[in-house]
Design a protein around this ligand. Sequence first.
Ligand code: G1P
Length: 296
Amino acid sequence: MSNTLSKVIIPVAGLGTRFLPATKAIPKEMITLVDEPLIQYVVREAVNAGFTHIVLVTHSSKGAIENHFDHNFELEKTLAFKDKTALLQKVESILPEDADIISVRQPQALGLGHAILCAAPIIGDEPFGVILPDVILNNESSDLRNMVLEFEKTGKSQIMVEPVPKSEVHKYGIADCLGADIEPAKSSRIAAIIEKPKTEEAPSNLSVTGRYILDNQIMNLLKVTPKGAGNEIQLTDAIAQLMEITDVDAYRLAGQSYDCGDKLGYLQATVEFALNHPELGSDFKNWLKEYSNEKL
Ligand code: G1P
């Protein structure tokens, strides 16, 4: 079987309860980070990593996401008519030319593992990537790209990890790499993985950070994965099963991750991305300096 990756699954069916009331009528993935919705950052990250088929696992209330990546004839015609060329170019390049969006529904909220399984008919027998769109990375291209290259070289599934404080391990999948001190942007074999362990049961503080490159065999495992943490079908549990038949690596994040499904993480990302914005960055930085001198 080929190790070439072309398809990435982005599960977007979740109802965004952590961000209510903002997410009552709009998808959480459409919340804006500076001047683009969150979903646009992760789709660009996927395309920069080499993926060409973006598979959204979605829900009836999330039509705005598909609309964002589709043509809006009336808007484009109006911008062209008014000679707003720069804006027209921005709108037309939301989805890079060499990529396409395919949607599939997750009819019931049975967990992340179930969401991934919903995409199985589109994935076929190929290996694939998974991006959890709540997690936004500051270096949009290189970490996921590194994971793709490592998989294409070794054929080993890659799970992105980063250290978190011990007090936080109950929020994440946690990988046991037998104490290996993995350098940023390097991979090391995972010996065990567990979803949302209690602090005292966690084998390490290496948390799963929302980026995966997976061997296709996981689809068959997901079909028989029982409900786990939170009474949901967990991707982490299927990865634990996959490790019994093939090697799975932890890839250590080199960039910075932001949990944009959480209000504080979202605010931190807003500051970081605003500071690095090509047009707004320097004015925002000056304002932020003055603000912190006066008010903090
Ligand atoms: C999911 C995964 C978990 C991972 C986390 C990263 O959990 O199940 O393994 O560490 O995303 O954000 P969730 O945040 O959906 O509860």
